[in-house]
Design a protein around this ligand. Structure first.
Ligand code: TRP
Length: 452
């Protein structure tokens, strides 16, 4: 029987392990699949600029708030609030996070399954000799099938479940420590190839030159939602992870490092993709297939393209895995610590339930693509509700909890490791946490939903 005693809980072994695990959670399909695809849908540079502003003034304070809450309480996403604010309704923030985790992992597992299919395609060299139209047809043909994408989704969810069962130390750390730097290297090589393609300049200006006439209210809300999604914020993932951190870590510098790494990788992925999108005449707003259609074109235009395609999809799948385990961990820590379900059973039950919800997400790309509500499929709705509604509300409650409920003294105590560290940024952090972040989230949120 597991107890809530700190000494009984699993914990990370050392500094690199923690940074690798948090960065492994943050860096995933959000950076390489979702960021480029929604940047294309919402018109490019202006969206990117708003996204970066959201990261700096909202994402960073929310991340530091999650670290503060989790490490102070040493509990899961719900238990942390119960411990720090006994008898108060703050724990509902965590409950909402559990719901968000369910939804996100449901569609995340589907897209991660696509990366496995594409890894298979890379192995048998199926991109060779195909033109952009062929590659578009290849993607459309694959995701609209019934069985194949669901098969890969099951495999991916099985892998996620298996790693979570293996525990924090064994699973999470080992995978992220070695492989994420290699993924970064491959993306940089892809960048070099992409920006030297004829016509690349147009892609770079699409990505970096803001044209505010293309930016809608929904675009701004999506930029905010994606800041949360990409940094793994707003649902207690980082509360859960930081609950395993030691009391001598520097939370502030860790938040900055992880934020910079995550944002850098997203931008580098954008630089690999948009020049190629324009060079090959692909529609920037092509949607969720953008990366899967564009990059195979790039692989064909580079020496060693076969090896690069293989490594890229392999590492993308690994990046997805280090993120998906962090999402599942939120649910499992809650089930096992709060509901006292044995960890093993909790892991298996949660995986099965989430995978089932993922099935209609997968079918949204084909058999159920006509089943729409207000122009969005089941897949779109899960993504929209989780990323654009639940995460921003969760993020708002998390910063407000630290800014207003914990307050100056307790926050200072935690962030300075009981006075051992200097934290000159503390007044700025609390100002953002109390006023700016909640206000901006509320305005963007209401405006994006058309209520303001
Ligand atoms: N951040 C991950 C990505 O970019 C996905 C993810 C992991 C996530 N944990 C999360 C998203 C928690 C939101 C909340 O791919």
């Amino acid at each position: 029987m597991e107890t809530n005693d700190i000494t009984q809980r699993d914990s990370f072994t050392g500094r690199i392990g923690i940074i690798a695990a948090v960065a492994g959670s943050a860096v995933g399909l959000g950076n390489i699949w979702k960021f480029p695809y929604i940047t294309g849908v919402y018109g490019g540079g202006a969206f990117v600029l708003v996204y970066l502003i959201c990261i700096a003034i909202i994402g960073l304070p929310v991340m530091l708030s999650e670290f503060t809450i989790g490490r102070k309480a040493q509990r899961n996403a719900v238990g942390s609030f119960k411990k720090l604010a006994p008898g108060k309704p703050w724990f509902l923030t965590g409950v909402m996070g559990i719901a968000a985790a369910f939804m996100i992992l449901a569609f995340y597992g589907v897209v991660a399954g696509w990366t496995l299919e594409y890894l298979g395609k890379a192995v048998i060299n199926s991109f060779a000799g195909k033109n952009p139209a062929d590659l578009e047809g290849m993607f459309g043909g694959f995701i609209s099938q019934v069985i194949r994408p669901i098969f890969w989704q099951f495999i991916f969810m099985g892998l996620t479940c298996w790693i979570v069962l293996a525990g924090i130390k064994g699973g999470i750390e080992k995978a992220s420590k070695i492989l994420m730097p290699v993924l970064l290297l491959i993306i940089v090589i892809l960048d070099i190839r992409a920006i030297t393609l004829p016509g690349a300049g147009e892609g770079l200006s699409f990505l970096f030159k803001p044209d505010f006439s293309k930016l809608s209210a929904e675009g701004v809300l999506s930029a905010l939602g994606h800041a949360f999604f990409s940094l793994s914020l707003g649902m207690g993932t980082l509360i859960t992870y930081s609950s395993y951190m030691g009391k001598n870590e520097n939370l502030g510098s860790m938040a900055i490092q992880c934020t910079v790494a995550d944002t850098g990788i997203a931008l580098l992925a954008g630089v690999a993709i948009f020049p190629a999108v324009f060079a090959f005449g692909i529609e920037p707003g092509a949607g969720p297939g953008l990366v899967f259609i564009t990059l195979p074109n790039v692989f064909q235009q580079m020496p060693g393209g076969y090896i690069f395609s293989l490594l890229f999809f392999l590492l993308l799948a690994v990046a997805a895995l280090t993120s998906s385990i962090s999402i599942l961990e939120v649910v499992v820590a809650y089930f096992s610590e709060e509901l006292k379900i044995a960890r093993r059973n909790a892991t298996i039950m949660a995986t099965i339930a989430i995978t089932i919800v993922g099935i209609p997400c997968s079918l949204s790309m084909g058999a159920m693509s006509k089943v729409q509500f207000l122009g969005k499929t089941f897949f779109d709705w899960l993504d929209y509700i989780a990323a654009n509604i639940l995460l921003p509300i969760g993020g708002l409650l998390i910063v407000a909890f630290v800014g207003w409920y914990l307050g100056y003294d307790k926050t200072k105590e935690e962030i300075t490791n009981s006075g051992k560290l200097k934290a000159a940024y503390l007044p700025l952090f609390l100002f953002l946490a109390k006023f700016i972040a909640p206000l901006v989230i509320a305005i963007v949120f209401l405006h994006g939903l058309g209520l303001f």
